[in-house]
Design a protein around this ligand. Structure first.
Ligand code: URA
Length: 261
């Protein structure tokens, strides 16, 4: 579907020109953005726009080649490699090390999307985008997370099957989306990679304990389309344009299915 007609949202002099906001969002120069628009690679609110002067508002949904871009420059998106011993809170009531030490240098009031246990390290997203945070944190949207767990004991294929087939915990049944052994760090220990979309408390630790393999160390390596990569423990950085595009696309395509916890 194309929409080049006057009278379309944002066409009546309100907002900024599409190529200008694309350039401001870091997609490409204005000139190249005009070419992208003319080539039919840009949509506004789901419609292909080929008109270069089309005006858009911050609330409009713009995609380039199917990937959403953020038009609101006040939004901030960060990835932290949370260390063990830091609680996932911005102001811990008990005075334990919290996330404030990482957020205090940012002008924006960012908050954490979901939580990691104090004893779990790894990928935590911080943002001031409440809509995105809602989609990412709410288990019903099914955003997958991948953890690497060092556990006690030699994990067998049968145990992996049990984890993916589903087990019963005190607060109800749960199944991993994927589980595999990725190493044997020492005699009597295994490294397990586990993918899950549940947001229940201590869920990975409880699942592994329930199948007889208490967790010794736990790291979250992936969160939706984001990978921790080489970000060091205690380091924080802005998401790249590509990472942000992937995240926004995921959140904007999300529909709220039934509650699957
Ligand atoms: N599962 C856990 O057990 N701990 C976390 O921090 C996250 C998932």
């Amino acid at each position: 579907m194309t929409s080049d007609s006057a009278g379309a949202p944002g066409a009546a002099g309100e907002g900024e020109r599409l190529q200008k906001v694309m350039a401001a969002a870091g997609v490409a120069s204005r000139r190249v953005s005009e070419d992208l628009i003319a080539a039919g690679r840009v949509t506004v609110n789901g419609e292909i726009v080929t008109e270069p002067g089309r005006r858009v508002l911050p609330a409009d949904l713009v995609t380039v080649d199917g990937t959403a871009i953020q038009l609101d420059p006040t939004r901030r998106y960060l990835m932290l490699n949370k260390p063990v011993g830091v609680v996932s809170s911005l102001a811990d009531e008990r005075g334990r090390p919290d996330l404030r030490q990482y957020t205090k240098n940012y002008e924006e009031r960012v908050f954490n999307v979901g939580r990691l246990d104090s004893q779990t390290s790894g990928l935590l997203v911080l943002t001031n985008d409440g809509d995105l945070a809602h989609v990412l944190a709410h288990p019903s949207f099914g955003v997958s997370k991948t953890y690497i767990a060092k556990v006690q004991g030699d994990v067998t294929g049968r145990t992996l099957n049990l984890l993916t087939a589903g087990i019963d915990l005190d607060d109800g049944p749960i199944a991993a989306d994927k589980a595999k052994v990725i190493g044997r760090p020492s005699a009597g220990q295994s490294m397990v990679e586990i993918e899950i979309h549940s947001g229940r408390n201590h869920i990975v630790r409880r699942m592994l304990a329930a199948v007889g393999h208490p967790v010794v160390e736990l790291v979250r390596r992936q969160f939706g389309p984001l990978h921790l990569g080489s970000l060091g423990v205690g380091q924080i950085r802005d998401l790249t344009k590509v990472e942000l595009g992937d995240l926004l696309t995921l959140s904007r395509n999300a529909t709220e299915p039934e509650d699957i916890r």
